[in-house]
Ligand binder design. Structure first.
Ligand code: FAD
Length: 431
């Protein structure tokens, strides 16, 4: 008999929810986390879309350590000397289950892990799973950690983007550099009233999300992000590794320092104190880089299965990880009830993912990574075009004004009307 019904590797968004579901179904569960506590090593931008969390914890608003509810969205085309920003707020995006919250992963992940432990899951922290145990047929039968061998009927890998175990579990190959990005972030502390005033919010519960394309990454594939927490601002950059390696002479940490000095960002963080600095990988290859999510005796959920989408105006991974963790926990419990945790017995998880927004979204956006990679104008020419057009509209110097079409058309021609049409069509068909 196995030591546990299930072992969950990793106490991030996916892992704690998978462990919570299994324990709630009365299964014996061990959750193994390499950090000294849940969230110790985790990073996000970050804003969590609430819908999947609400399905697991309907009252999460009352108990989770949320920072601010996002009431304002901003997206910018940034050039070194200018910034065109679209701001958006609506009642629709604030409706229950459609809203989103900024979070800091330290407190958030500890809360999520505590829910799994309260439900009956056992958790050990500060120990990394080194490898998987397998029987003679190749079925995963447990894990090896800290020189111990612990057996289970099913193992759920929720060990994130840099998983060392997915190769063993399902033969996943190391991703190529053009499918991976690197993200860095600083948390900059400021009094909560100052944060509130600077984003023109009316209370300390209201927050803003802001994404930048263009000069934030010095014109390289990627972008900048800013999220307001209760008494801090999370500011960072995500940039594609292959582009950085081949084409950038500026290291990413310098790009972040330059972003902090940009005239559109500097006033927001003025007087703030950097209290945290972190870096992490981001899977950006989308559906086409995903591994098998079901193996013999093993399931993959969250970023260990590359469940992440970056659309430039929307970055999502946590809601996918939570939804996948929930499905993995529920379907593993069913397979345990049926006494069959072979690959065939666990296929309910694959079906649940297929029927859900998780795989539907990832399929929907499968062409987007290629579009971003092949459309460098988004990061260079378009921010410059936006600046030049806006300058034509807003700069008055006493010289006779030309009709707008005459001043704008030469600017458009510089980029090429056909290129613009092609890129708009490409973007629309990839979204
Ligand atoms: C810069 C950046 C910005 C982002 N912004 C957003 C955003 O705004 N919104 C959003 O929804 N998503 C965002 N994401 C993506 C999001 O953070 C991830 O998709 C999400 O955290 C994935 O959750 P997970 O549970 O799969 O993995 P993780 O949260 O990474 O958890 C994996 C856990 O496994 C543990 N672990 C790893 N290996 C082992 C091992 N061998 N043994 C034991 N434990 C192990 C780790 O310590 C960790 O606790 C961002 C990511 C980055 C890097």
């Amino acid at each position: 008999m196995a030591d546990f019904d299930a072992i969950v590797v990793g106490a991030g968004c996916a892992g704690s929810v998978a462990a919570y579901e299994l324990a709630s179904a009365g299964k014996s569960v061990l959750m193994v986390e390499r950090g000294n506590y849940a969230g110790a090593k985790n990073m996000t931008g970050g804003r969590i879309y609430s819908h999947s969390l609400k399905k697991v914890f309907p009252n999460f608003e009352q108990e989770a350590p949320l920072e601010r509810r996002v009431v304002t969205e901003r997206v910018s085309l940034m050039s070194p000397d200018a910034n065109l920003t679209i701001g958006f707020r609506s009642d629709e995006m604030l409706k229950e289950g459609q809203d989103s919250y900024t979070v800091l992963r330290g407190p958030f992940d500890q809360w999520l892990a505590s829910k799994a432990e309260e439900a009956g899951a056992e958790a050990i922290y500060g120990i990394a799973v080194e490898s998987l145990l397998k029987d003679g047929s190749g079925k995963v039968t447990g894990v090896r950690a800290a020189e111990d061998e612990i057996s289970a009927e099913v193992v759920i890998l929720c060990d994130g983007v840099n998983s060392l175990l997915t190769a063993e579990a399902v033969g996943f190959k190391t991703p190529e550099p053009h499918t991976m990005a690197v993200g860095i972030k600083q948390v900059i502390e400021l009094p909560s009233a100052v944060v509130t005033d600077r984003i023109l919010a009316v209370s300390d519960d209201e927050g803003a999300a802001w994404l930048f394309a263009g000069d934030a990454t010095h014109g390289h594939i990627g972008g900048g992000f800013m999220y307001t927490n209760r008494d801090s601002i999370s500011l960072g950059i995500v940039a594609t590794i292959s582009d950085l390696m081949a084409n950038s002479s500026t290291p990413i940490y310098q790009m972040l320092e330059d972003l902090k000095r940009h005239p559109s960002v500097a006033p927001l963080i003025r007087g703030g104190k950097v209290v945290e600095h972190s870096g992490h990988m981001v899977p950006e290859g989308g559906f086409d880089m995903m591994p098998d999510m079901v193996g013999d005796g093993v399931l993959l959920a969250g970023e260990s299965a590359m469940m992440c989408v970056n659309l430039g105006y929307q970055v999502r991974g946590m809601d996918y990880a939570i939804a996948a963790g929930q499905m993995a926990g529920i379907e593993a419990a069913k397979a345990l009830d049926n006494g069959n945790t072979s690959k065939a017995g666990l296929m309910g998880y694959q079906q649940a993912l297929e029927d859900s927004f998780v795989l539907k979204d990832l399929r929907q956006f499968r062409r987007f990574p290629h579009f971003m990679e092949s459309t460098s104008r988004i990061f260079n020419e378009y921010p410059a075009l936006a600046r030049d057009v806006m300058n034509e509209m807003f700069v008055c110097d006493g010289t006779p004004v030309k009709p707008l079409r005459k001043s704008v058309m030469p600017l458009v021609k510089q980029v090429g009307l056909l290129n613009i049409v092609k890129d708009v069509r490409g973007g629309v068909s990839a979204l």
